[in-house]
Design a protein around this ligand. Structure first.
Ligand code: UD1
Length: 430
């Protein structure tokens, strides 16, 4: 959608928002649909530019893929192993399409994926795992060519680190391979378990998803069945909402997302002085006075504080009394939003070569509106959250980043009373 987000802050938020389906679940599920012989329906999929990008990849692979009301439907079989470089290069998740294409067609051609500017984000662990399963990887200029002349076979794979994407690649490859795959040091994120639940519903045999060791019995090339599936809720959208309530004050309910999915964010906000009411499938957060800084926080793989939530938590604590330091142990350049926080009058600095954000709270003093530029998805959303704590108007450009992961960030925040809207450049209104 692009354009510019305008925010008038320093107004408390009240109301309830239903949390949309998770981007980080839906993108791998769309890649997984390539393994299915029958149609796949993802119910209540979020309207995101990254989802549109994945639908374009599926169509380029020869499938029919599009919207049916609020659902995404994928049908037909892949017939083309070559992913368009422009679309694949724009999205980190495009690397997840390689394993299913390789499994179905014996060959996959793509380019090294792009994604947010939060770190180097190589794909070497994906490739090493696929090579252990019988694939050969080669580069031709910018293009990555994967072949599996004798098909994929099960293997014992140990990831060097618990990568979410590499775990998903092994799950997808393992389902279609001959024999058993045992994956160690797997990522434990709930989106991995969601992917396994979908695949098992389509006839796969995966055990242990959500733990550090996953065992997959392969189907030796026989396609899976299709399914109709409701992807899990977006714990980062839920985190955005509660952080917005903490930044702007007020009382907000995030409905449809279990508190356990983002427990560290809720615990931190509670420690900072918010009231947090945890329901089975919802959270109500109340925040009246100034918050307290919470000292040192570190991000990590699930169930630790999610790296994607780090800038959002930071935005909530900019006006606190006392210090907060957030160390991101997953990505090396997570805090690109620090410049925008400073432009709003926050006292922040980035240390440890980009790994740490130091926040000296303003002690309850309000921020003031400023011109801001989103440089990545979660950092951009964090600027919007911080702007809710600022007196006067803020204007955020670079909204294309935000649209990758929020099906209308401004609509979600406006629904709880934020004065926030999107302004499109005149030519885009045609
Ligand atoms: C996924 C999420 C992203 C989230 C991240 C960490 C999706 C679509 N995106 O990204 O929102 O921020 O998990 O929770 O689900 N690494 C390598 N080599 C590899 C793969 C990873 O060195 O081949 C490193 C990365 O550079 C990074 C770490 O492993 O430092 C974790 O990255 P990973 O978990 O793979 O993130 P993504 O799957 O890309």
């Amino acid at each position: 959608m692009g354009g510019m987000i305008k925010v008038r802050g320093a107004r408390p938020l009240y109301g309830t928002v239903r949390v949309p389906a998770a981007k980080n679940s839906v993108l791998p599920l769309l890649a997984a649909s390539l393994l299915c012989g029958g149609p796949v329906r993802l119910r209540g999929a979020p309207r995101l530019s990254d989802v549109e990008g994945c639908l374009a990849l599926l169509r380029a692979a020869g499938c029919a893929a599009g919207w049916d009301g609020g659902d995404v439907v994928v049908s037909g079989q892949p017939s083309c192993c070559r992913l368009p470089g422009g679309e694949a290069g724009r999205m980190r998740a495009s690397v997840l399409f390689a394993a299913p294409l390789l499994a179905r067609l014996g060959r996959a051609e793509t380019v090294l994926p792009g994604g947010c500017r939060i770190g180097s984000r190589p794909v070497d662990w994906h490739l090493a795992a696929l090579e252990a399963m019988g694939a050969e990887a080669a580069f031709a200029g910018q293009r990555l060519i994967l072949t599996a002349p004798a098909g994929l076979h099960g293997a014992a794979v140990r990831l060097p680190g618990p990568s979410v994407g590499a775990t998903e690649t092994v799950l997808l490859a393992g389902c279609a391979a001959r024999g058993r795959t045992v994956l160690q040091n797997a990522a434990k994120e709930p989106e991995i378990a969601d992917l396994a639940r979908f695949l098992n519903g389509c006839g796969a045999a995966i055990r242990g998803a959500g733990s550090g060791e996953i065992v997959i019995e392969g189907r030796a090339g026989r396609p899976l069945r299709g399914a109709s599936y409701a992807p899990m809720p977006d714990r980062i959208c839920a985190s955005t909402l509660v952080c917005a309530a903490a930044a702007a004050r007020g009382c907000v309910t995030a409905a449809g997302c279990a508190p356990g999915l983002y427990a560290p964010v809720l615990d931190i906000l509670e420690q900072a002085g918010c009231r947090v009411l945890r329901g089975a499938d919802s959270v109500t957060i109340g925040c009246a006075g100034p918050l307290r800084g919470v000292g040192r926080l570190v991000t990590g793989g699930y169930p630790a504080l999610a790296t994607d939530a780090a800038p959002l938590v930071a935005a909530a604590l900019l006006t606190a009394r006392g210090q907060t330091v957030i160390e991101d142990r997953v990505f090396e350049a997570r805090f690109g939003c620090a410049g925008g926080f400073a432009a709003l009058g926050a006292h922040v600095r980035v240390e440890a070569g980009g790994r740490e954000l130091w926040i000296e709270g303003t002690g309850g003093g309000a921020l003031r509106g400023a011109a801001l530029a989103a440089g990545d998805l979660r950092g951009g959303a964090a600027l919007a959250v911080a702007a809710l704590a600022a007196e006067g108007e803020s204007r955020i450009t670079g909204c294309g980043y935000i649209d990758r992961g929020y099906p209308g960030l401004e609509a979600m925040l406006a629904a709880v009373g934020a004065q926030i809207c999107r302004e499109m450049p005149p030519q885009a209104l045609d």
